[in-house]
Structures are given as C-alpha cells and as structure tokens.
Design a protein around this ligand. Structure first.
Ligand SMILES: C[S@@+](CC[C@H](N)C(=O)[O-])C[C@H]1O[C@@H](n2cnc3c(N)ncnc32)[C@H](O)[C@@H]1O
Length: 488
C-alpha cells in the first residue's frame, strides 16, 4: 500500500484514495437498519460495537447503547467515559486508555474481536462525530479487514455535543448549521481557517468543538477575527460547558466578547447566524416563517403563497432582481449585486432572462455564444475608445481608457498594453461573456469567471453624452451575431 502526502500534509492511503474501492462502496450499502457493517460475527469471530454514549447523563444514553455495553465482554474507552458507564461494566475486561491513545484503543478492539470477543468501544456524544468510528474503520481496513468477512462492526449513534448544548440554551440550530473543530492537533490551521471563512460567509450557525485548551489559546481569538469579517460583533453566542454533566454551565455572550468567557476543553461554542437573537434568556435562530407570514401566526404576506417557494426562492429571485432594477434606476449593477449579496454575473443572468412585461429597468443582456469570446474581442476593434475596468481580488479598481488595438493574446494572458500602461488578464479564468445595454447610454462587454465574478469589463466611451459615430451600430451587429438570449 502506498501513502501519499499532499501540500498540507493530509495523508491518504493509496489503497483508499478519494474514490472508495467498489467493494467498499457496495458493502457500505449493506449497512443494515441496525447500523451493522459486515457479518454480525462469524464462528470464532468477535464483534465491535462502536457506541456513542451521548453527552454524559445516563438518561441521554440510548437503550441500544446500554444493551451493547451490557452484551460486551470487553469495554474500551477514555478513562472518563468508562466512568460514565461504571454501572454496566462489572465482570468485564475494561481497557482504559488516555487522551492521545486513540489508535491503541482501536488496535486493542480489533485484537480482542479477532480473538472472538464482543467489544464495546465507547466514546462520548456520537462516536462518529470527531469520535472513534472513522479511526476504527481505518485501523481495521489497514489490517486487511473487509466488511462482510471476519469480525462484525455495529455503530450505535449518540446525542452529539451540538444538540445537547443547543437544548440548554433555546433553539439556536433552527436553521442551517455546521460544526468546526478548532483542534489543530491533526488538522492544518489553513484548512480550519478556510472552513471558518466559508461558514462565516455562508451565514451558517456554527458550533465550535474543541474551542480552547490549556495549550491552545490563540485559535479561538483567530476564529473570532475571521468570523467578524462577515458577521456583526453583537452576534449572539452561547458557551456551554459540560452539558448534562456535573459541572454544567451556560454563558451567553456575543461574537466580539466570547473570548472573555470561561472556555475550556469541555465547552462547545454556539455562534448564531445573521438572524439569531436572544429573547428572554433564550437563543433563537428563526426558521424563516416571518418572511412568509405576517406576525408568524398571521396572514400570508403579499406576493407569497403558503406551501410554495418564497418569492425570493430558486425560481423567483431573479424576477425580484429585475423588479428591483426597475424600481431603483439610479443603482449601478454592482450596487444591486451587493444588495442581493450575489456575484455580478448573476445579475447579468437575471437581466438576460428579462422579457415582455418582466423588464429589467431598461437593461438588456445576452450571453456570448460558446467559443465566441475571442471573436467579440476582435469585433471590439470597431467600437472606438473603450473604458476597461479591472478589479483586483483585494478591491483595487483599475480603470483604463484604450482601444481594442491595445489588446494582444499570449497563451493564457490577455495583455492590455500601450505607452501608458501594461495590464495582464488571466484569460484562462474567463468562463462566460456578456453584452449589456441600457437604453441609449450604456453598451458594455463583461467577462465573468466560473463563480460569476467579473474578470473584466469594457464599455463604449461617450463624449458629451454621445457615442462616437457608428460605434453603437457596430456594437449592435456584434450583439446580433454573437449574442445568445431572449430578444428584448
Ligand atoms: C473530540 S470532540 C468529541 C465530540 C463527541 N464525539 C460528540 O459527538 O459530542 C470533544 C469536544 O466535544 C465537545 N463536547 C463533548 N462533550 C461535551 C459536553 N458534554 N458539553 C459541551 N461540549 C462537549 C467539546 O467541544 C469538546 O472539546
């Protein structure tokens, strides 16, 4: 078996890779309703129960988890978790392993099961959530085990810290959420930072697992800094410590101030999204009923229908963009994109779909037919003086006056050069081109990337409010010849 390391040190076994081998993919479909993988224990072969104990208190442990532990000959776990089930382990072999001995626990489980024992490998919360389930499969598979032969493995889910902690503060998980562990013991920090950034940008409610420990103090400060880029400082935050255990404690705070709170290894930090609020000591993330109904229990709002997508839903939101453009003629397309929090390319698409009564405030757009990007640059040679706008990812805006004769292509680069400037545009990022027009005052060409962000744009230049003679007609001809879209 070969092992490869990528740039960030993520080790993949050559045997597994990113696509599961077909035998494993098929076997995974074999997992029965009871969560059993492989045989339930052939003759002389034992079995491993992977048991999630829930957050701590016995009443939150499932009956199935208790039965599995009761049926086991061997119980393996971190010392503290073994203590949580001490009433069930009399007469059994008990293997207590420390915090950093996770692999040892899995190896011991495999050895005992191969010797014909029934093993309960226990973990707090849900054993599949930052728990021992994945590691156990990795160790077993690496030792040649396959689901379907040899020892059986049965997974028993538990209540994870996320839902346990949420239940103590109200309903913070009422909308899309994600979990991010701040532990960098096994995950490179740039990966964690990228996930924080994506979750912040995506307006997820975020549960931070492993937020802080004696040795890991800076990560939470950095997480706060990253999240503050997209989220308000007064965003509600709940810190739950030792949920359903002896030292349970709840602190309510804000994103800006959460790092002042008492946070440790046994805390989970719940960070609200843009709509989460505190009321009467409860943290609530609305599901969205207020968008559709007046006063929640009231009538359906104008423009909405019960049981149907929102007016701003998948099929309707672009019509809302067009209405907004009609109602706000002074807003630039870029301002409109910011208002709807979408890339400008999506606004161009919305304009391109306008037609008839459903107009876009005087704007019209067509996309350039596939493969026509080079041709449109050629056509731009007849458009006279042009204004090119290029924005850097960090926000700098370059605005240049030029002629299409200043363009040249070299490999992946489109070069805009004359005696005053040299500007190089990565043409390989260009995914789509758009022609945009508004009444008699705007004729533009936009190139967007795969994410619908604008790579660069060109506009015909007006002099004293008028385009140079003939250039508007040349633009129209290019529109007819290379544009694809509704006739507007
Ligand atoms: C390695 S993860 C284990 C998660 C566990 N498998 C689960 O599903 O809850 C450990 C982290 O879970 C969170 N956690 C586990 N139990 C908790 C509890 N009772 N109260 C609050 N947070 C808890 C803490 O963030 C802790 O640092």
């Amino acid at each position: 078996m070969t092992c490869t390391c990528d740039r960030l040190g993520w080790v993949k076994s050559g045997r597994k890779g990113s696509q599961p081998p077909s035998c494993i993919a098929e076997k995974q479909l074999d997992v029965n309703a009871m969560g059993t993988v492989g045989t339930t224990g052939a003759m002389n072969e034992g079995k491993i129960f992977l048991v999630g104990l829930g957050p701590g208190a016995a009443e939150h442990m499932s009956g199935r988890a208790r039965r599995a532990i009761a049926a086991a000959n061997v119980v393996i776990g971190y010392g503290k978790y073994v203590d949580l089930v001490k009433d069930l382990i009399d007469g059994k072999e008990v293997i207590r392993k420390g915090m950093t001995q996770e692999v040892d626990r899995c190896v011991a489980a495999g050895e005992r099961a191969r010797a014909g024992k029934t093993v309960a490998l226990i973990s707090s919360g849900d054993i599949g959530v930052y728990g021992m389930a994945g590691l156990t499969f990795e160790v077993l598979l690496q030792s040649g085990w396959n689901p379907g032969d040899g020892i059986g493995v049965e997974l028993i889910p538990g209540i994870t810290a996320l839902s346990a902690c949420a239940s103590l503060v109200g309903a913070p998980l009422g909308h899309d959420f994600c979990t991010i562990s701040l532990s960098d013991l096994l995950t490179p920090w740039p990966v964690i930072a990228r996930r924080l950034e994506a979750a912040g940008r995506g307006d997820f409610v975020i549960a931070l697992y492993n937020p802080r420990s004696g040795r890991r103090q800076g990560q939470l400060l950095e997480a706060r800094r990253i999240l503050l880029r997209d989220r308000r400082p007064d965003t509600p935050v709940a810190i739950v410590h030792s949920a359903y255990r002896e030292r349970q404690a709840v602190q309510l705070s804000t994103l800006n101030e959460m790092t002042e709170c008492d946070i440790g290894m046994l805390s989970t930090v719940l960070i609200g999204n843009g709509s989460t609020y505190f009321d009467a000591g409860l943290m609530i993330t609305p599901r969205g009923y207020g968008r559709k109904y007046a006063g929640l229990t009231g009538e359906v709002k104008e423009g909405e229908r019960s049981g149907r997508s929102l007016s701003m839903g998948f099929n309707g939101w672009k019509a809302c963009v067009r209405r907004f453009l009609s109602d706000n003629p002074d807003q630039s397309l870029r301002q409109v994109a910011r208002y709807f929090d979408v890339p400008l390319g999506e606004i161009l698409e919305a304009v391109g779909e306008a037609g008839g009564e459903d107009s876009a405030g005087g704007y019209a757009a067509v996309t350039i037919r596939p493969g026509g990007e080079a041709e449109i640059l050629e056509a731009a040679r007849d458009w006279g003086r042009l204004r090119a706008v290029v924005r850097s990812e960090a926000g700098a805006v370059s605005e240049l006056l030029l002629h299409a004769s200043d363009f040249s292509r070299r490999g992946d680069w489109l070069n805009l050069t004359n005696e005053h400037f040299h500007l190089h545009i990565d043409w390989s990022r260009v995914h789509r081109g758009w022609l945009l027009r508004r009444s008699a005052d705007l004729c533009s060409l936009y190139f967007t990337d795969a994410r619908q962000d604008v790579v660069f744009s060109l506009s015909l230049v007006r002099n004293e409010g008028r385009f140079e003679q003939g250039v508007e007609q040349c633009f129209e001809q290019a529109w007819e010849r290379l544009g694809v879209g509704k006739r507007q």
